[in-house]
Design a protein around this ligand. Structure first.
Ligand SMILES: CC(C)(COP(=O)(O)OP(=O)(O)OC[C@H]1O[C@@H](n2cnc3c(N)ncnc32)[C@H](O)[C@@H]1OP(=O)(O)O)[C@@H](O)C(=O)NCCC(=O)NCCS
Length: 182
């Protein structure tokens, strides 16, 4: 298994990665959001890479993508979402973390779960953020496995917040926000 950055021009790998995203976030998944492969490529992958320091990583086994993750500057997240939805008292909790790199989404193919791939993709994004000069990393989640992984990697929960967002599923309410220094 190898972790590498995903070039959006590599259509074959991009489509495989998008299929995993749909499987984990689409209809019938834990999130049950109405994703299809084309909308993931356009609205998730391409958008991620337009953001400051946006980067996509994939895990590849036997030439096949088995997981995908995206990250970018925390500022991009705050501008798009935080300023609109998070109250000031929560936003200030990120202040002590300095320049933050944001671990956005991660999706591991269900056949390859619990094999440490989520951890490796987090480590790749930590290393990338560190190389770019970031002080800390942050993420948010409602998923128990991601929360467990974040805590085991030294992240501390800053606050929980339920509120509106772009997520379509009405089941998603309470999100937990985490950060740690790099
Ligand atoms: C969250 C996710 C990325 C984890 O990937 P993974 O490759 O299985 O992660 P790892 O194997 O590195 O670690 C998973 C940890 O969570 C634990 N775990 C797995 N399922 C769990 C569950 N339902 N509840 C609690 N913990 C769970 C594992 O035991 C493991 O902990 P350990 O290292 O102490 O044994 C994967 O489950 C996933 O793709 N989920 C769907 C998409 C998603 O929710 N993404 C996160 C939000 S953007």
């Amino acid at each position: 298994m190898e972790i590498k950055s995903l070039d959006l021009r590599n259509r074959k790998l991009v489509m495989q990665a998008a299929e995993i995203f749909v499987k984990r976030f689409g209809a019938g998944s834990f999130y049950n959001d109405p994703w299809d492969v084309e909308s993931v490529v356009k609205n998730v992958f391409a958008e991620n890479n337009k953001k400051k320091d946006g980067k996509l990583f994939v895990a590849i086994k036997d030439g096949q993508v088995i997981a995908v993750a995206g990250s970018h500057a925390f500022g991009a997240f705050m501008h798009e979402w935080g300023h609109k939805h998070l109250p000031e008292e929560h936003r200030t909790k990120f202040k002590p973390f300095g320049k933050i790199y944001y671990l956005d989404f991660i999706a591991v193919h269900p056949d390859h779960e619990n094999q440490g791939i989520g951890r490796k993709l987090a480590e790749a994004r930590h290393e990338y953020g560190k190389r770019l000069g970031y002080d800390s990393v942050a993420l948010r989640t409602i998923h128990p496995a991601r929360e467990k992984l974040a805590r085991s990697m030294g992240y501390k929960m800053l606050f929980e917040h339920s509120g509106s967002g772009r997520v379509a599923s009405s089941t998603i309410t309470q999100r937990k926000y985490f950060a740690r220094r790099l």
